[in-house]
Design a binder for this molecule. Structure first.
Ligand SMILES: *[C@@H]1O[C@H](CO)[C@@H](O)[C@H](O)[C@H]1NC(C)=O
Ligand SMILES: *[C@@H]1O[C@H](CO)[C@@H](O)[C@H](O)[C@H]1NC(C)=O
Ligand SMILES: *[C@@H]1O[C@H](CO)[C@@H](O)[C@H](O)[C@H]1NC(C)=O
Ligand SMILES: *[C@@H]1O[C@H](CO)[C@@H](O)[C@H](O)[C@H]1NC(C)=O
Ligand SMILES: *[C@@H]1O[C@H](CO)[C@@H](O)[C@H](O)[C@H]1NC(C)=O
Ligand SMILES: *[C@@H]1O[C@H](CO)[C@@H](O)[C@H](O)[C@H]1NC(C)=O
Ligand SMILES: *[C@@H]1O[C@H](CO)[C@@H](O)[C@H](O)[C@H]1NC(C)=O
Ligand SMILES: *[C@@H]1O[C@H](CO)[C@@H](O)[C@H](O)[C@H]1NC(C)=O
Ligand SMILES: *[C@@H]1O[C@H](CO)[C@@H](O)[C@H](O)[C@H]1NC(C)=O
Ligand SMILES: *[C@@H]1O[C@H](CO)[C@@H](O)[C@H](O)[C@H]1NC(C)=O
Length: 403
């Protein structure tokens, strides 16, 4: 009863007042609550139906960003509305994902709601959530694999993508720690997925960046004959992988898994260094295709840029990037400023914030050519971008106001 009232309130004219009174956006550094309430007012991150496959990843990133927000500002007066919205998003996913066999009709993105389901189960003890995340966990065992045990991202035989790691790895780690702690092969399998992508997708020329994915059978039109790698470093896919590393470092206890933690940490540091070197010197943010800076048609993309800013800021906050803190803070805060100046749109009509410049889906079920990646449509208000922006904003605020 209360929830619809809150939502009606959010989309009505007092929304502007709520935003002004709760998120203190007068100082433009605190955009997280404002953007979250705007996402809610657009009704994003909630599955409209069980066939709404493309919304599954949108739900997952919305839940993860909002969960962080509620943790960071537990006493803000928008927190209750945001917490209720997390529940609404998780509830929309719980039914559709509960059957492990049927889960295979979704891409690996289905797993992005796993942590939200576990959190609500811990909070309420409601078995609907347990059934759903158990279904997701069992679907990993049923998922097709290549001969090296690499999980297929979706129905395409033997293809694995960086994208899937954000959905798989933090869930795999969280589930195993909480419910299957003695299952060493689960952690080994999780590490193997990251490792196969790290090995196959390493850009050939020592930039330290990773290309979008690989075909283990090397038969795709785009596949490198030796590694199976696709040709380009796509910002958002590398963003998903980088966020998977930094989020899993937080979830996986260093004490119980020292060698795994050390390897994830070393790789996160290597990627952070590669990202620092790949940042565009003029704007301070990152290209749609990081391996083709300045080439005609290429552009600075807003979802990948927000993901990298978030990962670097969080890496600094949690002490993972202890070597070179000032440099990483500078890179990330400069990127964040470019994002807010360029992509964040203050809609003075209804008081919401918009988010521009996010590329729509880029699939390897394509030529995977330069022209393909730079020719995909650019969306306004894609929650894949605005959700990452909420995450970046939360860490930006901490770094900025750290005593
Ligand atoms: C939020 O809290 C502030 C004071 O902390 C109050 O002035 C304001 O009215 C509250 N806003 C809403 C929408 O409850
Ligand atoms: C940012 O917004 C939150 C939620 O309204 C608030 O609790 C917090 O104090 C704000 N932080 C800053 C630095 O303004
Ligand atoms: C799960 O889905 C599969 C495939 O769609 C179906 O055959 C099976 O009956 C479902 N199981 C349950 C318990 O609904
Ligand atoms: C458990 O959660 C589901 C989904 O929100 C809800 O439909 C159901 O009524 C809840 N069950 C109980 C016992 O609260
Ligand atoms: C342990 O994890 C592995 C790898 O995911 C899985 O195949 C196996 O079923 C799990 N064992 C148990 C008892 O859940
Ligand atoms: C680096 O490698 C990527 C992908 O393997 C390629 O697209 C790019 O052109 C290379 N850059 C340079 C400077 O050689
Ligand atoms: C997957 O790769 C293996 C080994 O490269 C190959 O034998 C198999 O035919 C491929 N699977 C499909 C469905 O193409
Ligand atoms: C601003 O808000 C109005 C009213 O909700 C909406 O019609 C319009 O599309 C929004 N414009 C932008 C640029 O977001
Ligand atoms: C989004 O960006 C495009 C390209 O720069 C621009 O044409 C469009 O007006 C922008 N949309 C909004 C709502 O600012
Ligand atoms: C892959 O691309 C082909 C050609 O565009 C299309 O017909 C097919 O539906 C795509 N497959 C999936 C699963 O989207």
């Amino acid at each position: 009863m209360w929830l619809p009232a809150v939502l009606a309130f959010l989309v009505s004219s007092p929304f502007l007042e709520l935003v002004q009174s709760t998120s203190v956006p007068a100082h433009a550094s605190n955009y997280s609550t404002w953007m979250a309430l705007s996402i809610i007012s657009r009704n994003q991150g909630v599955l409209a139906s069980s066939s709404d496959i493309s919304a599954i990843l949108q739900a997952g990133i919305t839940q993860k960003a909002f969960t962080r927000l509620v943790k960071q500002y537990p006493h803000a007066n928008s927190t209750e509305a945001i917490a209720q919205y997390i529940k609404r998003s998780v509830d929309s996913v719980a039914g559709p994902v509960s059957n492990a066999t049927k889960d295979l009709t979704y891409a690996m993105d289905r797993l992005s709601s796993g942590n939200g389901l576990i959190d609500l189960y811990k909070e309420t003890g409601n078995d609907t959530y347990r059934t759903a995340f158990t279904g997701l966990r069992n679907s990993i065992n049923l998922n097709s694999r290549n001969v090296e045990d690499g999980l297929w991202y979706f129905v395409y035989p033997n293809w694995s993508y960086l994208d899937g790691m954000y959905s798989l790895v933090p869930f795999y780690a969280y589930y195993t720690i909480l419910f299957d702690a003695r299952n060493a092969s689960a952690i080994a399998d999780m590490m193997r997925q990251l490792d196969l992508l790290w090995t196959h997708c390493a850009a050939a020329n020592g930039t330290g960046l990773l290309v979008h994915g690989y075909d283990d059978s090397k038969t795709a039109v785009w596949a490198d004959p030796v590694t199976g790698a696709s040709p380009h470093v796509w910002g958002r896919s590398l963003g998903w992988y980088t966020m998977a590393l930094v989020d899993t470092l937080e979830i996986l206890p260093r004490q119980t898994h020292p060698s795994e933690w050390a390897l994830l940490h070393a790789r996160f540091c290597q990627l952070a260094d590669a990202l620092r070197r790949a940042v565009d010197a003029t704007s301070g943010a990152w290209w749609q295709l990081l391996d083709q800076p300045g080439r005609a048609g290429n552009y600075i993309e807003s979802s990948g840029s927000a993901m990298f800013a978030y990962a670097l800021l969080k890496g600094v906050r949690l002490g993972y990037l202890e070597n070179g803190v000032p440099a990483y803070t500078d890179v990330a805060t400069r990127a964040y400023k470019y994002i807010t100046d360029t992509f964040v749109v203050d809609n003075s009509t209804d008081g919401t914030l918009g988010y521009n410049g996010t590329v729509s889906v880029c699939s390897l079920n394509s030529t995977a050519s330069y022209e393909y990646y730079v020719g995909q449509p650019i969306n306004y208000n894609s929650v894949l971008g605005s959700g990452a922006f909420v995450l970046a904003s939360l860490d930006r605020c901490i770094v900025l106001y750290r005593p």
